[in-house]
Write a protein that binds this ligand. Structure first.
Ligand code: PEP
Length: 256
């Protein structure tokens, strides 16, 4: 959208060990000349066990690509076996942390309340939360998708200051479009992203709503990215499957 630098974020999900991670980031960097980074921010959201390796590569070769985590603990430290805190991610140079991805909401029971706590944890540690929302097919078919997403955004950001909201990214990812090959139409993406921006104006203010980046996610690839990011309120994409292919991910980053 106008005045907002697009963000292309590759969500690797549970794919690629640290060795494979290095190879993919190298290939992406090779395929994406530095000049593109004036126009687009590019990040990879990798498994926790890849972060250290990706950090070494990015720092060592002074790459302009950034990286982040796919989840974050709501706690900073303590008796929380298996959790990874924002303090650790900050120390590893992460820029982003995904919160409330639909797979975590569905498979790990994350509620808007949990997503809010994780969003706060990211912000406490200087990480940019990528807060995910999105309706399932039944909600879409009942034509309740706008209200549904506005409620998820409002509850997932409840009580945050305008300044905090302004430091966040929101990703609209309709569940029926994730990993299905069934991309939302550009109009559908725009409708919900515009409604989310209005909701941000309500809970924060107009300036925050104007500045915040709202991404679309769900079966984005190098063929459909142009149409989607052409929409006024869509400021980039969260990319799953297509982010595992260096050439395609670089290509769609260059198009955005
Ligand atoms: C995602 O995992 O956030 C996603 C959008 O996946 P895909 O691009 O594979 O639909």
């Amino acid at each position: 959208g106008p005045g907002r630098k697009p963000l292309i974020a590759g969500n690797w999900k549970c794919h690629l060990n640290h060795f494979e991670a290095i190879a993919l980031v190298q290939k992406i960097a090779f395929a994406l000349p530095e000049k593109y980074f004036d126009k687009v921010d590019v990040t990879v959201l990798v498994p926790f066990t890849d972060i250290r390796s990706v950090q070494s590569l990015v720092d060592g070769d002074k790459l302009l690509i950034t990286y982040g985590a796919q989840d974050i603990s709501e706690h900073d430290s303590g008796a929380y076996t298996g959790e990874i805190s924002g303090a650790f991610l900050e120390k590893l140079g992460c820029t982003y942390a995904v919160v409330g991805h639909s797979e975590r909401r569905t498979l790990h029971g994350e509620t808007n309340e949990v997503v809010l706590a994780k969003t706060k944890a990211a912000l406490r540690h200087g990480l940019t939360p990528i807060v995910c929302v999105g309706e399932g097919l039944e909600v879409r078919e009942a034509a309740e998708h706008v209200e549904f997403n506005v409620k998820q955004v409002t509850e997932s950001l409840a009580g945050l200051s305008a300044e905090e909201i302004g430091k966040s990214v929101i990703a609209y990812e309709p569940v029926w479009a994730i990993g299905t090959g069934r991309v939302a139409s550009a109009n559908d993406a725009q409708e919900v992203c515009a409604a989310i921006r209005e909701a941000v104006a309500e809970i924060a203010d107009e300036a925050t709503a104007d500045g915040i980046r709202i991404l679309y996610g769900g079966s984005v690839n190098a063929k459909n990215i142009a149409e989607i990011v052409n929409e006024r309120d869509v400021d980039g994409a969260l990319v799953g499957g297509a982010s595992l292919k260096a050439d395609e991910f670089a290509q769609l980053s260059a198009i955005a």
